[in-house]
Design a protein around this ligand. Structure first.
Ligand SMILES: Nc1nc2c(ncn2[C@@H]2O[C@H](COP(=O)(O)OP(=O)(O)OP(=O)(O)O)[C@@H](O)[C@H]2O)c(=O)[nH]1
Ligand SMILES: [Mg+2]
Length: 601
């Protein structure tokens, strides 16, 4: 069995389905391959809509017999989808080997429930459930998949093969390679004495229990993270660890991480098709709400992956944008984030996916517009982008005015820059006895804060806290935050704060230097401030010192922002640097080749 594209059926049996009037006014649509059926056969197939099954039963012997007889006669598989009340909701005709289920994934179900439909269909060659049957069971989250074997001689049903899904926790999946399916013992239709309703409610209870257990305090959504790489596995793992941190910062519980190494990225599905199906089945078993890819997805890729699942699919850039959206406080911050989100999402608006607006209103989530709404949505997004750009331009001019005044007062400006979470705000607080918001999460700071700092030699400087950087910062975000980042441009000195307790610091250092270069700030003198020395042993500090000096960075200092005593050398260095700005010119303006060399350390 395979899931078909959203079913569009024409009346009268054109090969892709047909419609019938049964019992007066109701239209009963037969889905699938109806071409070539005699009108009398079509009528009998349509009559299947009138059958009822007791809710506790999987299938009645009568319905099984009718399905078998019709299949035998037409040499085609015939199937019905039955709801929890025992009503036949869909009738589908296939060919001798398969039938295609209508695609109803757009109708979302709660992640704590199955679809509320079981599929009962016939098999003409005595075959048990096929891999396609099982994949449909999982991807459509059906209550149950059953295949009635039709006797080739008599046309009567012999046995019923049936399977249902088994919810699991991430722990169970890791420990026991638990199969997602439970197969019932094959039995003749009259001996299927299982209370179907009781079974399905106990499975749904288990699913809800697992979800509650996976819900960590304060988390709102549950995700599976996917990394696909053509490079070294170690880099993919490091990047995945960062994606985990980002997810935590966005209040998302991570249920599982999957990394696949491939010789090439699949242009349609990113992962291989088989692997993608496996991930989707896993997501269903674990009760995930969304899948997050650790790379940028092209609009077409989002579309084709979304078509294979009713889970939400986002990429790393979108996750970062979501965090920014959750954090933005000031009017300017909010406008900048909204602009970045809209620019990012415009080419990615997909029919049936959440609209640009519902997402902004509701954070990560929601399903949205149909085809007709899409064009209106695109136009509205473009209009809004134009409005926001004008607003940002005004704010930018105001900012420039303020900066000019500051420069007129001749106070040197020092800006803290660095990777997110490096400790910039903590350092600002320690240096100026302020209480700027500090958090273990990434992107705690979005709005720049300026404070006055008095240096030992009575010199007063302005010190700026800025938004943290991250590897592969989404370009839309950089563009939108240009106004904020311009604050950095007028700095007399940059303090590049590096978290030395993070083993991956050289790569993070490199990412920040690269962004500074791209923003045109590489010529501003820089002092590298290794922070969090309280978390590492002296040997690691010495090793870091050797590494950085090997790269020609002489201007560096080691501190622990949570221990004021360690800040004196930094203050002295600042004083000295601002007294003779030339003393910092030893900081190289990194070329691409130097950055590559840095990376190999
Ligand atoms: N142990 C230790 N923790 C530190 C130190 N400096 C900062 N932290 C912690 O590191 C985390 C991040 O600190 P922040 O000051 O928010 O980092 P940031 O660079 O401003 O981060 P963003 O604003 O997100 O870019 C917080 O939990 C701090 O308490 C330090 O020297 N030692
Ligand atoms: Mg901060």
């Amino acid at each position: 069995m395979r899931i078909s594209a959203p079913a569009v059926c024409c009346a009268g049996g054109c090969g892709s389905g047909s419609s019938f009037f049964l019992g007066g006014s109701t239209i009963s649509q037969i889905y699938g391959h109806t071409g070539g059926l005699k009108p009398s056969q079509q009528r009998r197939v349509a009559k299947l809509y009138e059958r009822r099954v007791a809710p506790q039963q999987i299938v009645t012997p009568e319905l099984a017999r009718q399905l078998a007889e019709l299949s035998h006669e037409t040499r085609r598989q015939i199937g019905v989808l039955v709801d929890r009340k025992g009503r036949v909701e869909y009738v589908i005709v296939g060919d001798a080997h398969r039938i295609e289920l209508p695609d109803f994934r757009r109708m979302r179900t709660s992640p704590e429930r199955f679809r509320g439909l079981r599929c009962i269909h016939t098999h003409l060659h005595a075959e048990p459930l096929t891999q396609d049957d099982l994949t449909d069971l999982a991807l459509l989250r059906l209550d149950l998949m059953a295949a009635i074997v039709v006797d080739g001689q008599t046309g009567l049903p012999t046995v019923v093969y049936a399977a249902h899904l088994l919810p699991a926790t991430a722990h169970q999946l890791r420990e026991a390679h638990r199969s997602p399916y439970v197969f019932l013992e094959p039995r003749p239709p009259s001996q299927l004495n299982l209370d179907f309703l009781a079974l399905i409610s106990s499975l749904e209870e288990e699913m809800a229990r697992n979800r509650r257990a996976a819900r960590q305090a304060g988390t709102e959504e549950r995700a599976i993270l996917i990394g696909v790489t053509t490079g070294p596995l170690s880099e993919a793992e490091e990047s995945m660890a960062e994606l985990r941190e980002l997810a935590a910062s966005a209040n998302i519980a991570v249920l599982d991480c999957v990394i696949q190494r491939r010789s090439a990225i699949d242009p349609h599905t990113v992962l291989g098709r088989g692997k993608l199906e496996e991930v989707l089945i896993r997501a269903m078993q674990l009760g995930a709400d969304l899948i997050i890819f650790d790379r940028e997805l092209q609009p077409a890729q989002v579309r084709s992956i979304s078509e294979a699942t009713d889970l939400k699919v986002i990429d790393r850039a979108q996750l970062i944008l979501d965090i920014f959206a959750q954090r933005a406080q000031s009017r300017e911050g909010k406008i900048q984030v909204e602009l970045a989100q809209l620019r990012y999402r415009l080419p990615r608006l997909v029919v049936g996916q959440d609209s640009a607006f519902s997402r902004l209103a509701g954070g990560i989530g929601g399903r949205g517009p149909g085809e007709t709404k899409l064009e209106t949505d695109r136009r509205r997004v473009r209009d809004r982008i134009n409005r926001l750009e004008r607003e940002i331009e005004l704010l930018r001019e105001r900012r420039q005015e303020r900066r000019k005044q500051r420069i007129r007062r001749h106070r040197p400006i020092v800006s803290l820059v660095g990777y997110t979470n490096a400790g910039k705000s903590t350092l600002l607080n320690a240096l100026t006895a302020s209480d700027v918001h500090v958090e273990r999460r990434m992107f705690a700071t979005l709005d720049p804060t300026a404070r006055r700092l008095r240096l030992p030699r009575e010199r007063e400087v302005i010190i700026n806290d800025t938004v943290g950087f991250i590897r592969d910062l989404p370009p839309d975000l950089i563009a939108a935050f240009r106004a904020t980042l311009e604050e950095i441009r007028d700095s007399d000195l940059l303090l590049h704060v590096v978290d030395v307790s993070d083993e991956g610091w050289p790569r993070r250092f490199e990412a920040v230097e690269r962004i500074l270069r791209e923003l045109g700030f590489a010529t501003i003198p820089r002092l590298t401030v290794f922070n969090k020395t309280d978390l590492v042993d002296p040997a690691s500090i010495a090793a870091a010192e050797r590494q950085i000096e090997a790269c020609g960075v002489r201007a560096h200092v080691f501190v622990s922002a949570i221990d004021r005593k360690t800040l004196d050398p930094l203050l002295a260095r600042l004083d000295e640097a601002l007294a003779h700005e030339d003393s910092l010119c030893g900081q190289p303006d990194w070329s691409a080749a130097e950055l590559a060399a840095m990376r190999k350390i």
